[in-house]
Ligand binder design. Structure first.
Ligand code: SAM
Length: 298
């Protein structure tokens, strides 16, 4: 398929024939739609490696993922960035004339799950939903997905094992026969991202997947201690006839869970619970107080 030159991004050609001819993307509409999503996104919890992708990169990433998953059932294994919502919303708003058939987000943060559901409800996006789920629990979807997407904790302190846990759940969500996009660190100057990339590629190969494509150094993050650190899209595809070696099971192996969210940060939390429903786009009462003009004090 020759890619139309009107696309937002300039990526390598996709491997599947698109269901529709790609229409020119209105950049202003695309950015404003992603801005609506960012307004609705819960603030990141750094202790769980929630670090948000920058907005410009979200626009490009959403278009690429909508293209890759066109007409498919897509599972997000964790999605603090809200790429899932952008992908669904760009399609619903007709900014894109292609995109996944259905999207489900699996995340252990109830704030994220509620934000996705509330947005889908408000914007009447019927093909977007979310489920509270911890990756340490077995993955048992009601129906199998065609593909998965994950931007996991990047595994800087455990040689990528936390990435592998999220990837494993993604593979299970597709019944080990689909495709996945893994968003992980990509930096030529640092050692650990190279080790993580090698570890994830090895893990994929041991589970009957191969690296079908890699888009290098694509995204930047709101990461104050490493503002230049970028991530790549690593595409994994199942080998023909691939099968699960065993049914999905809880992950309890303490060695696998060491340094999961960074040095000495093993998982101890099943769910992050939302205390109250917040409108993330406006200032909260506990952020400020009002000092009145003198005539209004009397
Ligand atoms: C760890 S962050 C990685 C950074 C990424 N840019 C983001 O903020 O989404 C990815 C997502 O994984 C979720 N997550 C973290 N630990 C999880 C767990 N044990 N089970 C399920 N989801 C988890 C987070 O809530 C977040 O939404």
């Amino acid at each position: 398929m020759a890619r139309v030159d009107t696309k937002l991004s300039s990526t390598a050609p996709p491997t599947t024939v698109p269901s529709t001819e790609r229409r020119r993307v209105d950049l202003r509409k695309a950015i404003n739609a992603v801005s609506d999503v960012v307004q609705n996104r819960p603030r990141p919890l750094r202790i769980f490696d929630q670090i948000h992708m920058k907005t410009g990169d979200m626009v490009l990433q959403s278009e690429m993922i909508a293209d890759w998953a066109d007409g498919k059932r897509l599972a997000f294994i964790g999605d603090g960035d809200a790429i899932s919502v952008c992908v669904a919303y760009l399609r619903a708003r007709e900014v894109l004339n292609f995109g996944p058939l259905h999207i489900t987000v699996f995340d252990f943060d109830e704030r994220t799950v509620e934000a996705v559901k509330n947005f889908a409800d408000r914007e009447r996006i019927a093909n977007l939903d979310a489920r509270l789920y911890n990756v340490l629990d077995p993955m048992e979807p009601d129906k199998l997905f065609d593909c998965f997407y994950t931007n996991p904790p990047w595994g800087a302190s455990n040689n990528g094992e936390s990435v592998n846990v999220f990837v494993e759940r993604g593979m299970e969500a597709t019944g080990h026969v689909g495709e996945g996009v893994v968003v992980i660190a990509d930096d030529d100057e640092l050692e650990w991202p190279k080790r993580v990339l090698a570890s994830v590629q090895g893990f994929a190969a041991r589970h009957g997947f191969y690296v079908s494509r890699m888009q290098r150094k694509l995204h930047e993050y709101h990461l104050d201690d490493a503002p230049d650190l970028k991530s790549c899209n690593l595409y994994l595809t199942a080998l023909p006839g691939n099968r699960a070696a065993a049914p999905s099971a809880a992950i309890t192996d303490t060695l696998r869970l060491e340094n999961f969210y960074g040095l000495s940060q093993r998982p101890t939390v099943r769910y992050v619970r939302a205390k109250r429903r917040l409108d993330y786009g406006v200032a909260h009462e506990d952020e400020y107080e009002l000092e009145l003009l003198s005539h209004d004090r009397e």
